[in-house]
Design a protein around this ligand. Sequence first.
Ligand code: NDP
Length: 434
Amino acid sequence: QQSHSHEPEFLQAVKEIIYSLKPVFAQRPEYMKMSLLERIVEPERVVKFRVAWQDDSGKVQVNRGFRVQYSSAIGPYKGGLRFHPSVNESIVKFLGFEQIFKNSLTGQPIGGAKGGSDFDPKGKSDSEIMRFCQAFMTELHKYIGPHEDVPAGDIGVGAREIGFLFGQYNRIKAAYQPGVITGKLPRFGGSLARKEATGYGTVYFVQEMLKEINESFEGQTVVVSGSGNVSTYAIEKAQQLGATVVACSDSNGFIYDPQGINLDTVKDIKEVRAARIKEYIDVHPHATYTENCNKIWTVKCDIALPCATQNEIDEQSAQLLITNGVKAIGEGANMPSTLEAINIYFKNNVLFAPAKAANAGGVAVSALEMAQNSMRLFWSFEEVDEKLQEIMINIYNNSREAAKEFGHENNLLIGANIAGFIKVADAMIAQGVI
Ligand code: NDP
């Protein structure tokens, strides 16, 4: 623990897993003998590299790039790329570590990885984004491939960035290689419903959980943090299922619209104009804007869907949600609740859908994109959406059963961690000590 004290997010992710796996190690001493925990917390490979690129004024800028190839026990490395100034080794390692278990939970043959850069796409021109992506891929291409490691998007990496990264990979390889990256636009090898998958998947998962208390999204008041890819499509699906989503945010602040967020306006602001969420009140003056995104958790709601970033709900925000009567929390973002916040959910018997399980729909549809690329097929939106729903229901049931089997009934956090871990652990044992 001491040697990782400079990696707080990574330590937090590992602590959560170790606590969850205690009952597994108690029942299966062979795991202890094979040092599975010591092996799985150590990435198979970490690549760290310089990314030099030229801005529009001709000045050369330098950023740091990362790829953590965490585990290939059950399939090729798979996990997104994040472009955000906060990216460092701790963040990429926590995300890569979580990805191992999440990918295993999807039931698909994909290993765990994550990558990114401390590059900030905000305020950059399209040409600058393109030059950065080309410089990033010029180094990254050495370590990835359709059968080795298949990146995708994450914060700051959407369809535009994926297009530039993909174009550069193909140029270097002198061939069209659709299987090397997912999240591509459908017109050149992407899958329909990939864009929607993480947000929709989170809502499908929470829907299953709500059935436990004989409820659904119908008539519920929902708060969704963020207004990026995951948030937008979580809002869309929650609204389709009859909920009123009253608040969403960006890293500056949040909007509150008691009549229900108008998603067309949010999409226009975020997807078309890449502007700030506060512009919502220019179109809908009855709504309010509050500076400070963390204050979004002061808004009273039945269901909270944190879909922005790690540690966005701390102990105090969790307590506020409880005081305001929240019934369920579904994590669309990765590790959005601190360990203290999670303790508060459990103490107050709130339904809790943990990130590894609830947001696995994105990577699951990425694996479906890989399958379509290999088979040279193109499934309809409905086909992919149907498969996504099936996958989310399976993840829910498997997490629930694992929790029950290991004596923690109704604890989906422990259940998801155990179900994800056992498959990888058994594969590691079967493949010998490597
Ligand atoms: P986007 O870049 O599309 O959107 C991120 C959103 O979160 C933006 O609204 C952004 O606001 C906000 N945000 C970012 N950083 C902060 C911060 N420090 N504090 C408050 N708000 C912040 O990213 P995604 O929607 O793709 O990702 C969101 C989360 O979901 C991440 O945790 C990601 O790892 C996770 N995830 C994403 C998947 C995917 O398929 N995209 C799959 C599984 C998990 P602003 O515009 O101001 O930066």
